[in-house]
Write a protein that binds this ligand. Structure first.
Ligand SMILES: NC(=O)c1ccc[n+]([C@@H]2O[C@H](COP(=O)([O-])OP(=O)(O)OC[C@H]3O[C@@H](n4cnc5c(N)ncnc54)[C@H](OP(=O)(O)O)[C@@H]3O)[C@@H](O)[C@H]2O)c1
Length: 290
């Protein structure tokens, strides 16, 4: 079976063009340009490149963005001070705390300090709680991107069995809530789960968010399943070069899946577009409350 490749780049470009037009409209009718503040702490190379890419894509669509960098030894107090300041800065509509953080920092406490209206990552307990209740709210970027890409391939996913491998706050948990809202039957697996291959094999839609290169094997996948690979892992190739691979053994799983996302070029671009969309939505919401 040759699977459909769920390459998201053209969908991401289409969504970005829609956003560009929407932002021009906001500037004309409301005299407002959406603004995003990105806080990056420490010298994680992947985070540095993700933030650069997010800011570059903000610029492409017309969102004002600014990166606030702190060295890894920074105290909680300094970051909290900045967050409180950004919460009251009227030209900033979205605040993104780039994860992961250095070990000594409490991500939960910092996210909790962000004004829920400016929480464009959708990770504030108020927003995650609202999502769990199945009510409209800001959707975390990667889950939002996964759903948009999935639905661009298969509109009706009601009643399908989705197995998500990974239960992180960033991906697995909110994705489970989002897919429950879409009337899917959802199973979430994690590092203590037993019989992982037997359970993944029952999935109509299998989503891997594990953080382990090529974790999902061909034998674990039901023939005809749709496979979304959220993983981004940097490994050394046979030629000694560092390359990016997902959490799915793409080459072999492609032999049984009906559709599969590539890495890179699958979920990654959708995550960034979702961030841009959430920033524009946040700006619109904040204007309407004035
Ligand atoms: N494409 C994108 O835009 C994007 C966005 C975010 C993340 N990512 C990538 O997605 C991957 C996951 O990210 P994350 O933030 O969710 O990672 P994370 O916080 O490390 O969570 C990993 C999850 O996988 C589970 N897990 C680990 N080993 C397992 C095993 N042997 N069997 C079953 N489950 C296992 C963990 O279980 P426990 O809870 O029991 O520890 C945890 O729930 C990473 O590669 C990350 O770089 C990509």
């Amino acid at each position: 079976m040759t699977p459909i490749l769920l390459d998201s780049r053209s969908l991401a470009n289409e969504l970005k063009n829609n956003l560009k037009a929407r932002i021009i409209g906001l500037q004309k009718t409301k005299n407002i340009t959406p603004g995003l503040a990105v806080i990056r702490i420490g010298d994680d190379l992947a985070s540095k490149s993700y933030v650069a890419s997010k800011c570059r894509q903000c610029q492409e669509v017309g969102i004002n963005s600014k990166e606030y960098y702190f060295p890894s030894i920074t105290s909680m107090e300094s970051i909290l001070k900045l967050i409180y300041q950004l919460n009251t800065t009227y030209i900033v509509h979205g605040i993104l705390l780039q994860l992961p953080l250095p070990m000594h920092l409490d991500a939960f406490k910092l996210i909790q300090a962000i004004d829920p209206l400016k929480d464009v990552d959708g990770l504030h307990p108020q927003n995650l709680g609202t999502l769990s209740l199945g009510q409209p709210t800001v959707i975390p970027c990667t889950p939002k991107g996964c759903l948009a890409l999935l639905k661009s391939h298969k509109e009706n996913i009601k009643g399908l069995h989705v197995v998500i491998v990974g239960r992180s706050i960033l991906v697995g948990r909110p994705l489970a809530m989002l897919l429950l809202k879409e009337d899917c039957s959802v199973t979430v697996l994690h590092s203590k789960s037993q019989n992982v291959p037997a359970i993944t094999k029952t999935a109509d839609i299998l989503i891997a968010a594990v953080g382990q290169p090529k974790f999902i094997q061909k034998e674990w996948v039901q023939p005809g399943a749709i496979v979304l690979d959220v993983g981004i892992n940097h490994i050394q190739g046979r030629d000694g070069q560092i390359k990016i691979v997902g959490d799915v053994d793409f080459e072999n799983v492609s032999q049984v899946a009906s559709a599969i996302t590539p890495v890179p070029g699958g979920i990654g671009p959708m995550t960034v577009v979702s961030l841009l969309e959430n920033t524009v939505e946040a700006a619109v919401k904040q204007i309407s409350l004035k």
